[in-house]
Design a protein. Structure first.
Length: 126
């Protein structure tokens, strides 16, 4: 690897987190919108789809960046064999661990879970 990978600024992480939340919420409101405000169905659907394109494209990029960092330094094999890690190896591991800690994907998954349950309940009530 020519340059060490680094985590993105919090503003970028938060922006994509919000995009993911808005997209998830858009999809979970569609059943109610279909019945209550059918003219809004397509715009809300497009907000969800376009948001998910950006959100999951971002998530794919981050995951690939982590995998590439691990592969480029052969970190899995080095750790399994108990080999000494170089300063650059440690820097890459620090990036990966920091990236995982800064990620808000677990909150996004929780939001999707909760709003999905609420959407089902609302649909059953309506």
């Amino acid at each position: 690897m020519r340059t060490s990978p680094h985590t993105l600024p919090p503003a970028v992480i938060n922006l994509f987190f919000v995009v993911g939340l808005v997209s998830a919420l858009s999809f979970r409101t569609l059943m109610a919108i279909k019945d209550l405000r059918p003219e809004l169905f397509r715009p809300v659907w497009y907000v969800g789809i376009i948001g998910y394109i950006f959100f999951f494209g971002f998530r794919f990029h981050i995951t690939q960046k982590r995998k590439n960092a691990i592969s480029a330094r052969n970190l899995t094999a080095k750790i399994e064999k108990g080999e000494e890690l170089s300063a650059e190896d440690r820097q890459v591991l620090t990036y990966i661990l920091s990236s995982l800690q800064k990620s808000r994907e677990n909150l996004n998954y929780l939001f999707i879970f909760v709003t999905s349950a609420i959407a089902i309940l609302v649909d059953l009530v309506l």
